[in-house]
Design a protein around this ligand. Structure first.
Ligand SMILES: *Cc1c(COP(=O)(O)O)cnc(C)c1O
Length: 468
């Protein structure tokens, strides 16, 4: 794009008196607005011709990175596959134009869709009931913990105010527990990245009668399958607590195994991750909460109406388009793709925990630490090569975390091209470290000062007056 011609802001393109539109002839006469509602001076709006406006905004949109123009190897908070058919279904006018206050008799189709989706999720998870009210994964966690809290209190068991959370957990887990008024007790991970069962035993011995629940993610945030779930569930149940499953990223499990069969009592699913819906920067989301039989009466009402319906439509379309026979390929393919990248790069990137991963894995930066090239530098350099950066500096277990998830639908050619670029950056770190450290070079905006940008964001544009 020609920045000198088109500029960065529409105001910079303004020429006094230019017009890019023509309004239809006024057929209604003039009506004076009350003076106190009128501006004292005319609003300073940009004045541009039509083509300048169209090109300006089209060029700006091309600066965006989206699911349709490149590989996005984000771990953890990943969008998986977002088939176009889902968008078509979610845009059906009969559904899109529903209003939450519509008379009950006119929304039967939508209610049926929710019931079918609930049945599908019950089959996929092994739980008995779902509520679709929560608007995000974190909202689902809060709903689930409130359900568990209601359950304990219904039994007069008022002392259960502690939630056991592994140190590898997603940050929303301890945050949700805190918002629910519960205290977090951390349980350590072993060197292999899975929960330290001996440490958990100590926690249970010390806090047993006060334990409300244990929150677990499986595969955990390192992409590792927790092999000791039955033993862990038994320990927590024996002391009177319930098992909570963080199913934000359920794709590696789909059709292969079910949280309900592993001993979990309550869970949430991020429909916007596992069952498609492009999202980011706060929405749109849906975090339905599932419970085993007997717990449904304790589900709280966390929002009016029925949740984020368009996200539910996409999830249902996705499940139906996969069908029973293909849904069970999702987990194995996601696992294969992640392991393929991991094995192809582990000679140049540091793999702190070796062995099979599930849908994602974590490098601890480059293997050769002598170059001074950090995970941030690698992530920025990837932008020059046309890739979205992976998740970086999360999880917090390592200093230089670089978390990669390819998802199940990427072709081998896409994975190979990404691997080649990652290897090239590792080479550059040795041969030309300054280029990597000062990346990105080919993006509209270079490297920003993250701290300054977060603490002093400049979100307004100072308009130049005519004399300037
Ligand atoms: C994304 C994620 C969450 C939180 O989901 P939001 O919809 O962003 O609130 C919770 N746990 C895990 C493991 C996640 O990946």
């Amino acid at each position: 794009m020609n920045r000198t011609l088109y500029g960065n802001l529409i105001f910079e393109l303004s020429k006094a008196g230019r017009r890019g539109y023509s309004l239809p002839e006024n057929q209604f006469g003039d009506y004076a607005l009350p003076a106190e509602l009128c501006r004292q001076a005319d609003a300073q709006l940009p004045e541009c011709d039509e083509l300048t406006v169209v090109r300006h905004y089209t060029n700006l949109s091309a600066d965006n990175f989206g699911v349709d123009n490149g590989f996005y190897p984000l771990g953890s908070c990943t969008m998986k596959y977002n088939p176009k058919i889902n968008e078509e279904m979610a845009a059906l006018p009969q559904f899109q134009n529903l209003h939450p206050e519509q008379p009950a008799g006119t929304t039967k189709g939508a209610e049926l869709l929710i019931r079918y989706l609930e049945e599908a999720l019950c089959q996929l998870t092994g739980l008995a009931h779902f509520t679709f009210k929560p608007y995000a994964g974190a909202h689902g966690e809060l709903t689930g913990l409130m359900t568990i809290d209601n359950y304990h209190r219904s039994r007069g068991d008022m002392a259960r105010k502690k939630v056991v959370v592994p140190d590898s957990a997603h940050g929303t887990n301890p945050a949700s527990a805190a918002v629910c008024g519960l205290e977090v007790v951390e349980v350590k991970s072993l060197a292999d990245g899975t929960v330290d069962v001996d440490d958990l035993r100590r926690v249970v011995e010390a806090h047993g009668p006060e334990i409300s629940a244990m929150m677990m993610t499986n595969p955990n945030t390192l992409g590792l399958f927790e092999h000791h779930i039955p033993e862990i569930a038994e320990m927590i149940h024996a002391c009177g607590g319930l098992m909570y499953y963080d199913g934000a990223n359920l794709n590696p499990m789909l059709g292969v195994c079910r949280p309900g069969d592993m001993g979990f009592d309550v869970m949430h699913i991020n429909l916007h991750k596992t069952f498609s819906t492009p999202h980011g920067g706060g929405g749109p989301g849906s975090g339905p909460v599932g419970v085993r039989e007997g717990l449904q009466e304790f589900l709280p009402v966390v929002s009016p109406y029925n949740g984020n319906f368009a996200v539910m439509m996409r999830a249902y379309a996705y499940i139906l388009s996969l069908g029973k026979e293909h849904v069970r390929l999702v987990g194995p393919l996601a696992t294969l793709n992640a392991n393929y990248i991991k094995e192809s790069l582990k000679d140049v990137y540091l793999l702190p925990i070796d062995g099979l991963c599930c849908h994602e894995f974590v490098f601890d930066g480059l293997k050769d630490k002598s170059t001074g090239v950090t995970t941030m530098d690698v992530a920025k350099r990837l932008l020059d090569y046309g890739y979205h950066a992976p998740t970086i500096y999360f999880p917090l277990l390592f200093h230089e975390s670089l978390m990669i998830e390819p998802t199940e639908n990427e072709s081998k050619e896409t994975l190979d091209a990404f691997i080649a670029v990652m290897r090239r950056i590792a080479e550059e770190a040795n041969s030309d470290p300054d280029t990597v450290k000062s990346a990105p070079h080919d993006t509209p905006i270079g490297r920003v000062d993250d701290v300054l940008a977060a603490k002093h964001p400049v979100l307004t544009y100072r308009q130049l007056s005519q004399s300037e």
